[in-house]
Design a protein. Sequence first.
Length: 405
Amino acid sequence: MKDEMDEMEDMEKMRKIGEKGKRSKLRVNEKLLEIKPSGIRKFFDLIIGRDDVISLGVGEPDFPTPWRIREEMIYSLERGITSYTSNYGLEELREEICRYYTKFGVESQPSNVVVTSGVSEGFDLAIRSIVSPGDFVLIPDPCYVSYEPLSTLAGGRVISIPTSPSFRLNYEMIMEHSKGIDSKVLILNYPANPTGVSYSKKELEEIADAVIERDMIVVSDEIYAELSYKFPHKSIASLEGMQDRTIILNGFSKSFAMTGMRIGYVMAPDDIIDAILKIHQYSMLCAPTTAQIGAIEALRNGEDELEMMRAEYLRRRNFFVRKLRNYLEIRKPEGAFYAFPSIVETGLTSEEFAEKLLLEKNVAVVPGNAFGESGEGFVRCAYAVSMDRLREAVERIIEFVESLK
């Protein structure tokens, strides 16, 4: 009997220890505790439902998806085309993507393309397919908000490359920050969010030289390729020796105003595209069929609307920079639809400036530090709003800056 009692006491002790251990366990991935919420979404959430606020915050075209694209998608629904596609995506679309990318100097095959649910999924797939725990990932700073968190979640060790004040990545920066480490990946985005910086062929060749010397893979986010103003976009994959070490990301959200359609694509060498497809087929299966059909129409017949939108963004850029440069230091963006003015002379931090501007003038911008430490002292302004709204926003910003003197 005593032995039974002792055994029961031991079991009770073990049960209590087990319960205590369970309570101490984290219910979420501990890596997520290190990741901050998106600074863009923070300010977006503050203005939801407020018609009195002019938002220069979220990077989304103010144009509706062109009618001919919408019409093709509607017609496909009327015909009942609502089933899954291949994990790769519609072959017809992948053929059009390959044809389309020849304008940026790249020759590829449909088998090297996977259609994704936006470039966001494409980036996640690319990083998870090539980064093993402990691999070094080089990321220019400032950069789009998802690059560092997703690289960290994949087990990568992020090395930030400060690029302020020019915000231009170059050979020397890459070589310096990859010195003494076995760097594996360089993330490149151009035209860039949030700075609007882009790269000429000569500049890309210098970046490519560093990549080849360090034997790295480039993840090239080219979602703003069509919104290049200073010179035509050229893919880094088109340079000698680069196609086999480049993963191209692109999509339809920005150029064709199809943000809600969630449609993008990845173009990569054989071994990497196989790995990307493996993750994609287990996590997403395929991109939305209706959106894929719309994307085919966009590539075949969307050039006129694209040119119209690009011309309008250029007009807005010129206006915004011209009006604001007498009050804030601002570089003329070479692409995308973002301006990144310095607010250092106001004496405010990026977050203070954005919060005060929102509270006092009902204009929303994104603090530059949401994009990395090198973004501190700047704010991102998306000029993807109508000219009437943009004019009013500029006047309010000028009034605000003047009030700080």
